[in-house]
Design a protein around this ligand. Structure first.
Ligand SMILES: C[S@@+](CC[C@H](N)C(=O)[O-])C[C@H]1O[C@@H](n2cnc3c(N)ncnc32)[C@H](O)[C@@H]1O
Ligand code: SF4
Length: 388
């Protein structure tokens, strides 16, 4: 049985907000700083972990995820201290998944041994492209060769690894992408994340694209690239379990499944979000976004929560639909009932549901509700009709 059918578990997300340089496509909460006081950051992250552990005693942690930013720039001792503290404050699942996002530069690869010794057992590498010209366009600080070397090291030191690719780049033809995917398959382990390049507001690419500095593949072309990706990876034993994520069945990223299945997770570090159930009520939490303001607040009050509010039934329903319909397996009836408190048919407008099912975008049966492959490709357009 695939992981997707299991109870989602309880996850811990830790955000490291720094990068060596800012990639022109990226709108994550990531910043470039000349100097980072690693010791101050370590203490502050530990303090915020303690704050949330006190709120959620007795939970069993099934995954920890160091995201960013570039957490491979964190001192390995910091990752180690956080893992150790988490094990002291909560119970740890015997099979806990501990992932760290890494950039594939040689400097960071040199830390892989210490990160593995600190307890990290899954590495997610941001390779993005296997072609130097594309890497240059994406503003990456590594070559394809460096990325391959980092990948070989990751393979050696971590039980599980994955890497990210970005496709639908300017000028990328179907044949180019098919060839790149073949090479990627030759390098892949149990998991691959394949994202379509999106232009996010307030990034360098947003301005450049508007000025016409580059042209992206059209909608139809991009849809063709998406279909090629789905077909080729599925045929190679790595079917999509989520819009952009592919895995051998059983090797899905357990951490991300917690988000997509509406499970509980604690979010620590600048801008981190969390969802925690306290005394039967589900709360949304969000930490202060700006790194320095976050650090100062934690040092004064032990945490930097900017938001901590209960979610009502409509919000819980909308969130579960937004997240769960990203999954190929969709939302089980049991998950829906336990998160929303109602059956699927009671919580959704019958006409919208019927229309989307007739259109071939949604399926509802004894197992639950899921978007079809067509539906998943158009989820942004479909959701307002379902939620409205
Ligand atoms: C938090 S980032 C990556 C972490 C790490 N700092 C890195 O760059 O390798 C997660 C992933 O999202 C993807 N991503 C970020 N912005 C994107 C965009 N605008 N379009 C497509 N993929 C994007 C990239 O593949 C990236 O590796
Ligand atoms: S893609 Fe990764 S390295 Fe680049 S700015 Fe975003 S988080 Fe930093």
């Amino acid at each position: 049985m695939s992981r997707v059918d299991h109870d989602p578990g309880f996850a811990l997300y830790l955000h490291w907000p720094f990068c060596r340089s800012k990639c022109p496509y990226c709108d994550f909460n990531s910043h470039v700083r000349e100097r980072i006081d690693q010791e101050r950051w370590r203490q502050a992250l530990l303090a915020e972990l303690d704050h949330y552990a006190a709120l959620t005693p007795g939970r069993r942690v099934t995954s920890i995820f160091f995201g960013g930013g570039t957490p491979s720039l964190m001192e390995p001792a910091t990752a180690g201290a956080l893992i150790e503290q988490a094990a002291k404050r909560w119970r740890m699942d015997s099979d806990v998944e501990i992932t760290l996002e890494a950039n594939p530069t040689s400097v960071e690869a040199a830390n892989f041994v210490s990160l593995a010794a600190a307890g990290v057992n899954r590495l997610s590498l941001g390779i993005q492209a296997l072609d130097d010209a594309a890497l240059k366009f994406l503003g990456r600080g590594h070559s394809a060769e460096e990325a391959l070397a980092a990948l070989a090291l990751a393979q050696r030191h971590f039980r599980r690894f994955s890497f990210d690719l970005i496709y639908a780049r300017p000028g990328q033809t179907a044949a180019d992408w098919a060839a790149e995917l073949e090479r990627a398959l030759g390098l892949a382990g149990e998991h691959l994340s394949v994202y379509q390049l999106t232009i996010e507001e307030n990034t360098a690419f947003a301005g450049a694209w508007r000025r016409g500095d580059f042209v992206l593949p059209g909608e139809e072309e991009a849809a063709g690239l998406y279909e090629t990706t789905q077909e080729r990876l599925a045929a190679a034993g790595l079917p999509a379990y989520e819009i952009s994520n592919h895995a051998r069945p059983g090797a899905e990223c357990r951490h991300n499944l917690v988000y997509w299945q509406g499970g509980d997770y604690v979010g620590i570090g600048p801008g981190a979000h969390g969802r925690v159930t306290l005394d039967g009520q589900r709360f949304a939490t969000r930490q202060h976004r700006a790194p320095e303001a976050w650090l100062e607040k934690v040092e004064v009050q032990g945490h930097a929560s900017g938001e901590h509010r209960p979610l009502d039934a409509a919000e819980r329903r909308d969130e579960l639909l937004m997240m769960g319909l990203r999954l190929s397996a969709g939302i089980s009836r049991q998950r829906f009932k336990s998160v929303v408190g109602q059956e699927i048919e009671e919580a959704l407008a019958p006409q919208s549901l019927a229309l989307l099912m007739e259109g071939g975008f949604l399926e509802l049966d004894a197992a639950g509700l899921r978007a079809t492959a067509e539906g998943r490709q158009r989820l942004d357009a479909l959701l307002p009709r379902l939620l409205g």
